[in-house]
Design a protein. Structure first.
Length: 396
């Protein structure tokens, strides 16, 4: 039997008042209100225990049920989120399964609900990502096949120091090789970072970057002192097309991951460098990566088998190539005149090889520099770099 529809709380209060008046027995009172004695005694007991507030309906959901997540599991989920506030439910589950595989962990959706109940997630507008392509080059099938590099947009630390972070990553394993607190994009700051990386990890086969400093210049050759060093070490340069950041999309995506570091700068350069290194270690060794089946980059990266040489190798040019020594001002002597090539190559030996169509292709080691325009005595861009080595056309 149920209470009459005159207002459940009003009926229950009147029932208690009539009982307290002691004019009717419980049997008579329950019959008058159309309820069972069991129901009458239940609300009388609630009133004695909690007063009028006890007459409200209690939540019908069980306090505990068979599918509830164990308290210790919840605590570890919350602790992991507090330690890694930028991680989402998928990464948290992957991390917990790796550190404690003997436990049964809930799904990512359940973890998300747990974090929401603890106020550890909030709705946010996701940035619109450009397509993360791999450009016109072959995929990096193994570690050190391709390294990518870039400078993250600069910001200031609390003391006003300008931080222009230099980031270097292995394209295959997503291993973050460097997250360096440099103060500019100058060669003098970049080369020591790469020199250390080459000594620690060996040399990559190829290096991909944009066309900005210190990786490239606006000249015909696009060379900078850093690019010259790479070429002399046998590293093939891959430069994305201007205005096509999606050709280095994985690196662009990483910069979004590290964006919170720039939004919350440290006190000074030293503190910022420590924060960067802590982030790098966590990114490599703790943070699961979806593209790696929730493994960490450190589980997939291996050092290169190409060790950093003590001295760079001298270029080996074909016998039929016309070898020229670069002058101090970046010019070479050609047909009785001078052709400007690049100041970055001062003192280096370059070679010109005649192509099938009668042009002269100028190269430095295996890197094509451009075509010598013999009529205007200037170097012009080579629209399509040859895939065959120097002298191959002559040999054919």
């Amino acid at each position: 039997m149920v209470w009459r529809e005159t207002g459940i709380m009003d009926e229950r209060l009147r029932f208690i008042v009539d009982w307290l008046s002691d004019e009717e027995t419980m049997i008579e009172l329950c019959a008058a209100y159309g309820i069972s004695r069991k129901t009458g005694y239940k609300w009388l007991g609630r009133y004695r225990a909690f007063g009028p507030e006890g007459l409200h309906d209690l939540p019908r959901a069980p306090l505990n049920h068979g599918r509830a997540t164990a308290l210790d599991v919840v605590e570890r989920i919350v602790a992991t989120k507090e330690t890694h506030p930028l991680w989402g439910p998928k990464k948290i589950v992957a991390r917990l399964k790796r550190t404690a595989p003997e436990l049964v962990w809930p799904s990512a959706s359940t973890v998300g609900a747990i974090l929401a109940r603890h106020g550890l997630v909030r709705a946010r507008k996701r940035p619109r990502l450009r397509a993360c392509g791999n450009g016109p080059w072959p995929q990096a099938e193994r570690p050190n096949a391709v390294w990518t590099g870039d400078h993250k947009g600069w910001f200031q630390t609390a003391d006003g120091w300008r931080c222009d972070p230099l980031t270097v990553m292995d394209a295959s394993s997503r291993y973050l090789l460097a997250l360096e607190a440099t103060g500019s994009t100058a060669h003098a700051e970049a080369w020591p970072v790469f020199e250390r990386l080459f000594e620690e990890h060996g040399l990559p086969d190829r290096f991909r970057s944009d066309n900005g400093s210190p990786f490239a210049s606006a000249g015909v050759t696009g060379l900078t002192p850093l690019a010259v060093r790479f070429i002399k070490l046998g590293i093939t340069l891959e430069r994305i097309a201007p205005g096509k950041p999606q050709q280095n999309g994985r690196h662009e995506r990483f910069h979004l991951t590290m964006l919170p570091l720039a939004k919350e700068p440290e006190a000074d350069r030293t503190a910022q460098a420590k924060a960067f290194e802590a982030f790098r270690r966590s990114y490599n060794e703790e943070r699961p990566h979806e593209a790696l089946a929730m493994d960490t980059p450190a589980q997939h990266y291996r050092p290169s088998q190409r060790a950093m040489p003590r001295t760079p190798c001298e270029p080996e040019y074909p016998q039929e190539a016309a070898v020229r020594q670069m002058r101090h001002n970046g010019e070479i002597r050609w047909n009785g005149g001078f052709v400007y090539v690049s100041q970055s190559l001062a003192g280096e030996a370059v070679a010109a090889s005649e192509t099938e169509d009668g042009q002269w292709l100028l190269s430095f080691h295996a890197h094509p520099l451009g075509i010598i325009d013999t009529r205007r005595m200037k170097l012009v861009r080579h629209s399509a770099a040859p895939t065959e080595p120097l002298g191959a056309a002559a040999d054919a």
